[in-house]
Design a protein. Structure first.
Lengths: 527, 527
C-alpha cells in the first residue's frame, strides 16, 4: 500500500483535464434515473445534478484505484495505525460491528477491541433499562425522567444532532427528556437548569481525557447547583454517570453512579456510535432504538467497501467533492436537509468534516500543495429557501449543495391542505430547488435571471428512522475518510485546537508575556 | 447623488494597491487600544486583528466619500426609493425612531409612516399588557402562558434569534414560554404541538403578503389540531393573532383575535423591530423590554450617520469586509459569538447578509463585474473551538472571522472553579483565539505549525441586554446596507427566491413539462 499526495497521482492529472458538463441541456429524467447509487441502510446518493458524465466516472475510478482507497479503508478496519500524527488505530467502525467479517479481531495490549466495545454496549443496555424501567431511582427515590449530557465538541454535537433527529421517532411518553450543556459560558448551563427538577435528573459527564476545561467546569456547576438546593438526601454522585477513557483521572472516581468507557481509537467527532452517544440515546429512546441506529451505521460501513465507484455512494460523494474542490475550485459546500429533525445535523458535519480535513500537512506532516477540506454550513429546507438561498441562486459565487430528503415524514402525522400534504409540499419544494439551481431561467430582466449550473447532489431515504440515521451518519464519516485518503491527510487528529488551549491557560494563570494577549485582556477582562 | 459600480471608483483602484499588513509583527497592546470604534448602544468594534493600517483607513474614507455612503443612508432615511427593483422606500429604521431628527416625516399615500409604526407599537403595548396581566383570557377562560410564532424567513429567523438572545435577561417566571413553527415539514409543527396546552397558548401568524405557502399551511395545521382536541368552547379564532400588511387577504378576516400591521417598506429580514418581532417579544418579555431593544437599535442607527470611518463601527466593518472580499478575495466570513444566548444569531445574519447582498446585478439590474456578498456561517464559542476551528487555524483556506463578546455574563449567575469564573474562562478563550489566529506559532513539526495572519474583528459590549442586542442587530443591518451601497446593489429585494416558488407550484399542480422535474418527482414522490 502506498501513500501519495494528490498532485502526484496520474489519475488526478487526468481528472483536471475534464470540464464540467452543462446541466442546462444535460439534466433530464433519464439522467436522474441512471444516477442513483446505494449508500447502505436503505439510503441512496443521486448525482444527476452534479456536472459530471461517464468520462468523470472513469477518472474517479482510476483515482480511487491508484490511491487505493478501498484498500486503505480495509487497512483501517484491520487495525493499521491510520492516525499517524498520534500513532493510533482508528476503530470507530468497530463500535457498530465487524465490517470485514466476524473473525476480524483487533488487539491492543492483549485487549480485543471488538469485545471491549461490546462489553460497553452490554453495560449501556442493562443500565439504560434499569433507569427507564424505574428499577434504578434517584438519590431521593424519584424516577429519572430527564437526562442531561455535559460535554463539548464530539461529546456534544453528534449526540445532540442525533437526539433531535430521532425525537419524532417515538411518542413523547416513551422518551426521557433530554438537555445538553456544552459551552463554558455560564449562561448555557443556567439556562438548562431552569428546566430541571434535579431530583429526577440524571447527568452524563462525557470527556475522554477527563481534563476538558469546559466540561469539568460545567460538572462543578451542576454539583454546586444541586447542593445549593439544600434538599435532604440529594446526592450528586448518585445522579451523575461518566463516559471517559480508562486512563482518565475520572475513571476510578467514586463520585459517579456508573462509569462507561471509551478509548483513544475513536476520535471525538467519530464517537456518536460509542458510549459517547450510546448512553444518552439509550436512556432517551431505549437500547433497542440505539441498536437499530448502530445497525444502520454498520450497513453503510459495509456498503462503503464496494470497489466500483458507481456502486459506492460514500466513495463517489467523496470523489465528486474533490473534483469540486480541487478542479473547479469551490471552497465550500452547503448541507441542506429537507427534514426538520436534522436541524442540528449540519453543525455535526461541520465538526466531522472541517476538523478532520481542515489540514495543511499530509499524513507524514509534510505541507501539501493543494486545497483540502472545504467550509461546511447549512440549515434545513424549506427554511433556508426564505433565507440564504438568494445568494445560492443569484450570488456571484457558486456554492455546491448537498440535499438530504426522505419520502415519508418521520412522525407520520400530516394534514392535507390545498390538494397536498405538508410533506408533499416539502418535497415538491426540494424538487423545484434542485431543478432551479441546475437549469436556471433566462429573463430579459437581469434581476430575474437565474444562471443555473449550480450543482447539487441528493441523499435520499424512505423515512428518518434510527436505522437510516445510522447509515446517514456513517455515510458522512466514510466520505470524510475517503477524502482524507485522497488528499493523503491524517483525518483523525486535530493539532489545530492546541494553541488556543495553551494561550487560554496563560491568560487564566495571569502569566502572560505576549503584548497582544495583554491588550485583549485589558479590553475584555479589564486587566 | 450618484450611483457608481465599485470598479468605477477611483478610491477602489487605490484600495486595490494596498497589501495586507503582517499581524505577526504588528499586533500588540498599543494597536489594540487604538483600534476601537463606537457602534452605538454601548457596543464597540475593534479592528486590531484585521490586516489594515493608516493607509487602508485613508482609502476607506476616500471610498466612503466617493461612493457617498452616508449621503445614501440619509437619502434612505429621508424616504427615497432605495429598493429600486420593487420601486419601494426602505423604512425599517423608522420602526425604532426618527434618525435624522424629530421633524423628519415620510409620507406614502397621505399616511405618515412614522406615526403608522408608532400606532402599531401602541397596539402591541396594550395587547401584550392585557395578555401578560391576565386581563385577556383564552377561549376557555385560561391565562395565556405560551406563545407560538408561525412564520418563515424574516418572520422566523430574526425573532427566534432575539428570543434566545434575551431569554436569560428575565427570570423564567416573568416570561411567557415561546415556540416557533416555520418549516412546511409537518415534523416541525407536530414536534412543537407535543409541548403545548392549546387552551393556554396564543399563536401569532406572521406573513406580510398573507400568501406564504409554508405559513398558511402551518396555520391550517394549528387550527385542525386545536379542533381535533374536541374541547368545548376552544375556539382557534380566539387564540390566533395575525401580523400582516393591510393589503393582505388576512388583514380583514374575522378569524383572528387581533391584527397588527406591517407594510411593504420593511423587508422581512429587516422586520424584527416592526410588529413581526414586536408582538412576540412584547408578549414573552413585556413591552418595556421590547422598547429598550428598539432604543438600542435606534442608538446604532444614529451612530451610523458619522462621516468619519474611524468613528463609525458599522461603516468601517462594511469597508473592511469589502477589502477582504474584493481585494484579498475571501468568499466567506464566520460569525463567532462568545455568548451562548446568541446561538441562533448567525442564522439570522445568514439571511440578513446573504439575502441582501447575494446579488449579481446592480441596483439598475445591470450585471456587476466584481464579487458581492460572502457566505456567512457560525456557531457560538467556545463550542466552535472543539469543532470547526481546526480548519480555521490550519486549513488551506483563510476564513475571515468576526467575534462578538460581552464583559459580563447575561444572567450574572456563575461559579468560581480553579481560580476563575466560567465567564472569565469564556473570555480568556476568546482572547487566546484572536491572538492564536493572528500571530500563529512556528513549530519544527509542521503538523503543530500555525501560520497565523488569520484575520478577525471583535464586536464588544458590557452585557447582553435588550438595549445592546438592539444595537447589535442594527449594527449588522447598517453594515449590510453600507456594503450594498459600496457594491451598488439593491439590498432590499430578493428575486432569487421566485423561481423555486413557481416550480414548486408546478410540481404540486401536476402540470409539469420539464423532464428534470418529472425525473425528481418520480424519485421523491413516486409519481
Amino acid at each position: 500500500m502506498q501513500f501519495k499526495n494528490l498532485n502526484e497521482l496520474s489519475a488526478f492529472s487526468q481528472l483536471k483535464t475534464l470540464k464540467p458538463i452543462n446541466l442546462h441541456t444535460q439534466l433530464d429524467a433519464r439522467r436522474i434515473e441512471r444516477s442513483t447509487v446505494p449508500c447502505g441502510g436503505g439510503l441512496t446518493y443521486n448525482w444527476a445534478a452534479m456536472p459530471i458524465e461517464e468520462s468523470h466516472l472513469r477518472a474517479f475510478q482510476a483515482l480511487a484505484d491508484e490511491q487505493q482507497l478501498i484498500e486503505k479503508y480495509q487497512a483501517l478496519l484491520g487495525g493499521e495505525v491510520m492516525n499517524t500524527g498520534e500513532g493510533r488505530l482508528v476503530l470507530h467502525h468497530l463500535t457498530r460491528g465487524r465490517v470485514l467479517g466476524e473473525d476480524t479481531s483487533v488487539f491492543i495490549d492483549e485487549e480485543e477491541k471488538g469485545s471491549f466495545y461490546q462489553e460497553q454496549l452490554a453495560a449501556i443496555e442493562s443500565f439504560s433499562q434499569a433507569v427507564r424501567q424505574g428499577e434504578l431511582l434517584s438519590s431521593t427515590g424519584k424516577r429519572f425522567t430527564t437526562v442531561v449530557q455535559i460535554g463539548i465538541g464530539g461529546s456534544d454535537l453528534g449526540p445532540r444532532a442525533l437526539y433531535h433527529a430521532l425525537k419524532g421517532s417515538l411518542p413523547s411518553q416513551k422518551r426521557l427528556k433530554a438537555y445538553f450543556i456544552s459551552n463554558v459560558d455560564p449562561d448555557d448551563g443556567y439556562e438548562v437548569f431552569e428546566e430541571l427538577d434535579f431530583e429526577s435528573t440524571l447527568f452524563i459527564l462525557v470527556t475522554k481525557s477527563g481534563t476538558t476545561q469546559e466540561t469539568l467546569t460545567n460538572y462543578e456547576m451542576v454539583k454546586q447547583s444541586m447542593l445549593d438546593l439544600g434538599i435532604q438526601g440529594l446526592d450528586p454522585s448518585k445522579h451523575i454517570v461518566v463516559v471517559t477513557s480508562k486512563s482518565s483521572p475520572l475513571a476510578t472516581s467514586d463520585q459517579f453512579l456508573r462509569a462507561f468507557y471509551i478509548d483513544d481509537y475513536v476520535g471525538g467527532r467519530y464517537s456518536s456510535t460509542s458510549a459517547v452517544g450510546g448512553v444518552i440515546l439509550s436512556l432517551i429512546f431505549g437500547f433497542d432504538h440505539f441498536k437499530e441506529f448502530l445497525k444502520g451505521a454498520h450497513s453503510a460501513d459495509v456498503a462503503a467497501l464496494e470497489l466500483d465507484v458507481k456502486k459506492n455512494g460514500a466513495l463517489l460523494d467523496a470523489l465528486i467533492g474533490v473534483y469540486l474542490r480541487n478542479v473547479l475550485g469551490y471552497p465550500y459546500t452547503a448541507i441542506l436537509p429537507y427534514a426538520q429533525p436534522l436541524l442540528r445535523f449540519p453543525a455535526h458535519l461541520q465538526q466531522l468534516d472541517m476538523e478532520s480535513n481542515g489540514k495543511q500537512v499530509n499524513r507524514n506532516g509534510e505541507p501539501i500543495e493543494y486545497e483540502s477540506g472545504p467550509v461546511i454550513f447549512g440549515e434545513p429546507g424549506t427554511n433556508g429557501q426564505h433565507s440564504f438561498y438568494q445568494l445560492l441562486h443569484q450570488g456571484t459565487s457558486v456554492v455546491p449543495l448537498q440535499f438530504i430528503a426522505f419520502k415519508e415524514s418521520q412522525r407520520g402525522e400530516d394534514i392535507e391542505y390545498e390538494g397536498s400534504t405538508s410533506h408533499t409540499k416539502l418535497n415538491a419544494n426540494l424538487i423545484a430547488q434542485i431543478v432551479a439551481f441546475a437549469k436556471g431561467k433566462s429573463d430579459n430582466n437581469s434581476n430575474k435571471n437565474f444562471p443555473g449550473n449550480r450543482y447539487s447532489s441528493l441523499i435520499l431515504g424512505q423515512k428518518l428512522t434510527p436505522y437510516s440515521l445510522g447509515a446517514l451518519l456513517a455515510h458522512y464519516e466514510n466520505k470524510v475518510m475517503f477524502q482524507g485518503f485522497i488528499w493523503n491527510l491524517n483525518s483523525f487528529d486535530q493539532e489545530g485546537v492546541q494553541l488556543g488551549k495553551v494561550l487560554a491557560n496563560q491568560v487564566l494563570s495571569g502569566e502572560v508575556e505576549e503584548s497582544a494577549l495583554k491588550g485583549y485582556m485589558k479590553l475584555l477582562l479589564g486587566e
